[in-house]
Design a protein around this ligand. Structure first.
Ligand code: BGC
Length: 552
């Protein structure tokens, strides 16, 4: 039985896995994923080589935003299970050597949360100030020009008390007022509640949104700067503003510091969703000894298949942040497209997604796989009229929806692909094939899943300390990559075969295209060892350290 290391930064180098709870596994046959279903599948994740599992919200919720609208932070929604089912997940995960992160949704609650119900009940409610209420602007409109990330104004008028409340997401997700000390104290209890039940840390939802500028000034319009990356999946209302006052305010760090003091008592991890596309801005959240321990680096999600840009994104992120403080991702439940689709679709997209996975495999930090990425899944296909994501439905904009990445995990051939015994899953996906399933791929040594697993096992065996330097290959060549001591990672981002010189001690440890034996190291006319890479191939080479470039 694998032992869980109890001390120190146990998450360093961990391979993480995001479980999107509604779509991972349905244990009770109602068509919706749940904790019992998850518990029964954890051994698969241990087999895959995962160290750390992140569970998206399973708390009491009206599910207006599929659980990110929490109506009871310390209660399990009956559709997802109960306290005993949660306890079973923790016990089974720990038995298998897996750590568990849960989602901490603290920027907003559900409008059905007892705190908000009390707050909206009257202007004199003791909890009125737990949320951000304001009088109408002169003339009667919303208090400022802020937009909701889900479309429309960020304010909703409450006729009963004749004030507006703020919500950066849905009207059903009112934003909390973090300058109120009672809110902060209530969340201390939430963290402690779950830590006392054995969780190993938190993924912090929109960790950069918690605090707003106290004066709530209008946001300026966004200046059109050519080449600026666009946050994937944002609505035009949100896009047209520069988010100067509604997010990324320095006060958020104070909240993270408060949580860090609690987390450190338990040896727990705080992993932030800090959705900023600039490494320097993200770096302000990553202080080596305080605040959140780590954050996802989401910029690659905003870049299509553009290998030099992807390589540069990784380089800048490593350069700007403390060693080991990032979690690398190429997809999550908030995308409009899975990476295999985003990178070109079909076999080409799958090949590129695995190549990008191999490219990040030896970087310092964690690496998170979003469920189904290990199978090389492309986007789900949802029948017309059956979209569920409020982003798509409320804006009548299917292209904005996140449903395509949220369809059920295909476990095995047969009805419901082993996800559910119900006649219909909550989000149907008739496009999945038997070849997509875990069972089919697990038994095929050449499958995407088996190569993905080989990669995770290699990554684990490399055991590179976060502090060990990263030296990048020179830009300008189609080959993108870097050296770590005794490891070279090289990806061919060009359309033709490309070569890179390697030390004579080099051996191929992983090839994203075929088996390690399929990658070629040959001697050129001058007697140098040369690795040849096919287009979209990443190779990880082990050496005796002789090729490691000197500092600089
Ligand atoms: C979550 C989303 C959610 C939003 C509002 C996020 O960033 O990942 O799924 O819609 O926060 O809670």
């Amino acid at each position: 039985m694998p032992a869980l290391a109890s001390a120190g930064r146990w998450w360093e180098g961990a391979a993480g896995y995001e479980i999107y709870v509604p779509s991972f596994a349905d244990g009770n046959g109602d068509g919706l994923g749940d904790l019992t279903g998850i518990c029964a599948r954890l051994d698969y994740l241990a087999w895959l080589g995962i160290d750390l599992v992140w569970l998206t919200p399973f708390y009491l919720s009206p599910l207006a935003d599929h659980g990110y609208d929490v109506a009871g932070h310390c209660r399990v929604d009956p559709r997802f299970g109960d306290a005993a089912a949660f306890g079973a997940v923790i016990a089974e995960a720990h038995r298998l050597g897996l750590r568990v992160l849960i989602d901490l949704v603290a920027n907003h609650t559900s409008a059905e949360h007892p705190w908000f119900r009390a707050s909206r009940s009257s202007r004199s409610s003791a909890q009125r100030d737990w949320y951000l209420w304001r009088d109408p602007a002169p003339g009667g409109g919303p208090p400022n020009n802020w937009a909701s990330a889900f479309g429309g104004p960020a304010w909703t008028f409450d006729p009963a008390t004749a004030q507006w409340y703020l919500h950066l997401h849905l009207p059903e997700q009112p934003d909390l007022n973090w300058s109120n000390p009672h809110v902060a104290a209530a969340f201390d209890r939430v963290l402690e509640f779950w830590l006392d039940r054995g969780v190993d840390g938190f993924r912090i939802d929109v960790a950069h949104e918690l605090v707003k500028h106290p004066g709530l000034p209008d946001n300026p319009p966004r200046a059109a700067v050519p080449g600026t990356l666009r946050e994937p999946g944002t609505v035009p209302d949100w896009e047209r503003l520069e988010h100067r006052y509604d997010l990324d305010q320095p006060g958020a760090l104070g909240i993270h510091r408060r949580w860090r003091r609690i987390a450190d008592r338990y040896g727990a991890l705080l992993l932030g969703e800090v959705y900023l596309l600039h490494a320097d801005r993200l770096a302000r959240y990553l202080m080596p000894a305080d605040g959140i321990h780590a954050a996802f680096w989401v910029q690659p999600l905003a870049i299509g298949w553009d290998p030099p840009a992807l390589g540069e994104s990784l380089r800048q992120a490593v350069a700007a942040t403390p060693p080991g403080s990032l979690a690398w991702v190429q997809g999550n439940h908030d995308d409009q497209s899975r990476p295999a689709t985003r990178f070109g679709g079909g076999e080409q997209g799958r090949r590129r997604s695995l190549a990008f996975w191999a490219l990040i495999a030896a970087l310092p930090g964690m690496a998170f796989c979003y469920q189904g990425e290990e199978l090389g899944l492309t986007d789900g296909q949802i029948p017309a009229g059956q979209l569920q994501d409020p982003l798509a439905v409320r804006n009548q904009a299917p292209e904005l929806g996140r449903d395509r990445v949220r369809t059920p995990m295909p476990w095995r051939p047969g009805p419901g692909h082993g996800f559910t015994s119900a006649s219909r899953p909550w989000l149907p996906d008739p496009g999945r094939t038997d070849a997509d399933t875990v069972a089919a791929q697990r038994s095929d040594p050449g499958s995407y899943l088996r190569r993905f697993r080989d990669l995770l096992h290699l990554r684990r065996s490399l055991r590179l300390a976060a502090s060990a330097p990263v030296r990048w290959l020179s830009p300008g060549s189609p080959v993108i990559g870097y050296w770590r001591p005794e490891v070279l990672v090289a990806m061919n981002g060009g359309p033709r075969d490309a070569t890179v010189e390697v030390p004579s001690s080099a051996t191929v440890a992983f090839s994203s295209a075929g088996t390690p034996g399929a990658a070629r190291i040959a001697r050129d006319a001058g007697g140098h060892a040369v690795l040849t890479l096919t287009p979209d191939q990443t190779v990880i080479v082990r050496t005796d350290g002789s090729g490691f470039p000197p500092g600089g």
